[in-house]
Ligand binder design. Structure first.
Ligand SMILES: [Zn+2]
Length: 284
């Protein structure tokens, strides 16, 4: 039986987290992926012990498996404050270890033409992969739609560590192939040997250039108008939009990892059953 999950990235307090965990238990999902910046689990690079312990108390004995997504803003190419950036990554990995989370997704973003930034990025993850191994955590480097996916594959080869693999975002890959070029199905096949975790959501395939040109403005854009016009990474359930899941999911028949859906849980609550059914039927 394939494991199917959904992102948990919107609660803003322990009380909300508790309520959400309770609701999600009856959703039919097997896994929740917690965004580590939902709660202030890290303060100035250090673990907020009380907050992490209280979250741990909430998740202990919880029947669904938990995975984690790194918080926003982490940038290990920012050599001007690399120590602080690395401290946040290190704390994130240690928090996963404490919470018994075995998969932590991190973002590749765009490769830098400045060689020393790219080297810092690689070195940080090489070091982080060792720590992750000690903590029982796998790091999944996720392809973002703003960059050619092949950079992620080259990085995984270069890091060459059993605890550093790919989180393949099938929606991002679809947008990226449309924008940068390349055949989507061939790209998925090329990624498959590197993949330990999968993200799914729907989009129209229309890349939104503002995502690259003016990210701060892009982030202020309301989601429903973006969905209405189908602009960029709109994160609708994978049964909506144009990503050809009917063709791509059968490639994952032998894949043993999790299919983690990334769409807003409450907005699309009436889609959960259909989404789970679609994933199960195409990967059976
Ligand atoms: Zn994703």
């Amino acid at each position: 039986m394939k494991k199917i999950g959904i992102c948990a990235d919107h609660f803003r307090s322990l009380r909300e987290a508790e309520a959400f965990f309770g609701r999600a238990e009856e959703s039919g999902f097997d896994v929740l992926e917690v965004a580590l910046d939902c709660l202030p689990l890290i303060t100035g690079g250090s673990i907020n012990e009380r907050m992490v312990n209280d979250l741990k108390a909430l998740t202990e004995g919880y029947p669904l498996e938990l995975t984690a997504h790194i918080g926003e803003e982490l940038d290990l190419r920012r050599i001007e404050e690399l120590e602080l950036q690395y401290a946040v990554l290190e704390s994130s990995i240690r928090i996963c270890g404490r919470l018994g989370i075995h998969m932590l997704t991190v973002h590749f973003e765009e490769h830098s033409p400045i060689r020393k930034r790219e080297e810092a990025f690689y070195q940080a993850y090489k070091r982080a992969a060792v720590l992750a191994g000690e903590q029982g955590v796998m790091l999944g480097m996720e392809n973002i739609e703003t960059e050619d996916y092949s950079y992620v594959l080259r990085m995984i080869e270069s890091i060459d560590d059993a605890n550093f693999a790919m989180t393949l975002d099938l929606g991002h890959l679809y947008l990226a192939c449309n924008y940068f070029g390349g055949d989507y199905m061939e790209a998925v096949k090329e990624c498959l040997p590197y993949v330990r975790h999968v993200h799914l959501s729907g989009n129209t395939g229309a890349f939104e250039p503002m995502r690259l040109l003016d990210f701060p403005r892009y982030k202020t854009w309301k989601i429903n108008p973006r969905i209405a016009y189908g602009r960029g990474d709109i994160h609708v359930p994978p049964v909506l939009g144009n990503v050809p899941y009917d063709r791509v999911l059968p490639l994952f028949k032998d894949y043993e990892g999790i299919f983690l859906c990334e769409y807003p849980y409450e907005t699309f609550e009436n889609y959960h059953a259909e989404v789970q059914e679609m994933i199960r039927s195409f990967t059976a």
